[in-house]
Design a protein around this ligand. Structure first.
Ligand code: ATP
Length: 382
């Protein structure tokens, strides 16, 4: 049975601004679903409607099989964790975690037992007598989780819970929340604008743009088979490189180079035939562009590229390149143009690569890994 079901949910602010359009989602019992998208895509609005903090303009919402559209938040059997944590500063960790039990009139002994169990799970036992002001960001985050857990809700709703933490702690808490969620098995809906969080934490990821759900899939499917150029550009870091080309008898032609698509690619994507003699958009992930001098054993074609800059990260080199082809905007506002437009492609090279800035190289392209999109609709060509 699906635990949280959204059916044709719409949200209009004021008279006409449609923040959410026909959102359909089924989140299974125990599933960890991530809602992700750029700022303003409607992900917080969607979560707040599930929580009951925002009215639903039209559509149906079920939690644990119950229609909750007209139900106040307190009756929906959900617990929300915010980025601000919303801890009571004058209360200890124990009191913060046990607060909802006290409100519900539970006896002290019962509260003590339950809070102790939760504190053990969250490794907060030593801190039960501390006040929030004396805790680190990560510890406060865990107390906020504890407050949600104590209520044993049907679902956890989390709105950017890690965005106030520094980068290192965020990575650590990311893993902690994901493992805690699996251990507890509570249906969880988690909102973030950070695609790395989305890809590493969830069972499935729902990508939104402009109030419209674009794709909901496992992280691997989103990465390997994005349904459109927006999802292709949004998921993955650095972003997928997208270029315009003319397709002619199986060859992609750009102003500066040609790539002959292997028969395996053409036969695996029958729709490509319809684009013969027409414009097309093709995409290459940064790891599918590599140093041709290190490409032995890999099936590739080489194209000319100017190296603009090389970021040596130790485990890999992120190489910013200029290709003689017209780049395509995926529509992700966060995908800023690299280096003021000097480069138009990014590749991830092995650290053994000796390429350096301001040189011209033969760039190896793995054509079997290319993605294709319609130039007008930006929908994937299968
Ligand atoms: P962010 O990551 O910036 O929080 P988001 O994806 O969570 O963005 P929402 O907060 O859900 O986006 O907002 C979706 C759209 O609805 C935005 O364009 C926003 O300006 C608009 N919006 C949100 N709340 C209101 C409101 N109370 N009245 C009018 N418009 C609103």
């Amino acid at each position: 049975m699906a635990e949280v079901v959204l059916e044709n949910i719409c949200k209009t602010y004021g008279n006409s601004f449609q923040a959410i359009q026909n959102l359909n989602l089924e989140i299974a019992h125990g599933e960890f679903l991530i809602l992700v998208g750029p700022s303003g895509c409607g992900k917080s609005t969607a979560l707040r409607m599930i929580a009951g903090l925002e009215d639903i303009t039209s559509g149906h919402l079920y939690i644990g099989g119950r229609d909750v559209v007209d139900m106040p938040p307190k009756d929906r059997d959900i617990a929300m964790v915010f980025q601000s944590y919303a801890l009571y500063p004058h209360m200890t960790v124990f009191e913060n975690i046990g607060f909802s039990m006290r409100l519900a009139g539970k006896k002290k002994a019962e509260r003590r037992k339950r809070v102790d169990e939760i504190a053990k799970t969250l490794q907060l036992t030593e801190l039960l007598d501390s006040k929030p002001a004396n805790l680190s960001g990560g510890q406060r985050q865990r107390v906020a989780m504890g407050r949600a857990m104590v209520r044993e809700p049907a679902a956890f709703l989390m709105d950017e819970p890690l965005s106030n933490l520094d980068a290192k702690l965020r990575v650590q808490m990311r893993a902690e929340i994901a493992s805690l969620q699996r251990q507890l098995g509570v249906t969880t809906i988690y909102v973030t604008h950070d695609q790395t969080e989305a890809m590493t934490m969830g069972d499935r990821v729902a990508v939104m743009k402009g109030g419209v759900l674009q794709q909901v899939d496992t992280p691997k499917r989103l990465y390997d088979a994005p349904v459109n150029a927006f999802v292709a550009g949004f998921i993955g870091s650095p972003s997928m490189n997208l270029f315009e080309a003319e397709l002619s008898q199986g060859t992609l032609q750009t102003p500066g180079f040609a790539l002959q698509l292997p028969d395996t690619v053409l036969s695996a994507r029958p729709e490509l035939r319809r684009y013969d003699g027409r414009k097309i958009v093709f995409g290459a992930r940064p790891e599918d562009l590599y140093d041709s001098t290190l490409a032995s054993g890999r099936d590739h074609q080489a194209i000319p590229a100017d190296v603009v800059t090389v970021e040596e990260l130790g485990s890999e080199h992120v190489v910013h390149l200029r290709l003689d082809a017209v780049p395509v905007d995926s529509g992700d506002p966060d995908a800023v143009e690299e280096l003021g437009g000097l480069s138009n492609a990014v590749a991830r090279f092995e650290p053994a690569s000796a390429v350096h800035a301001r040189s011209r190289i033969d760039l190896a392209v793995d054509c079997s890994k290319l993605h294709f999109f319609d130039p007008e609709t930006h929908l994937a060509i299968r």
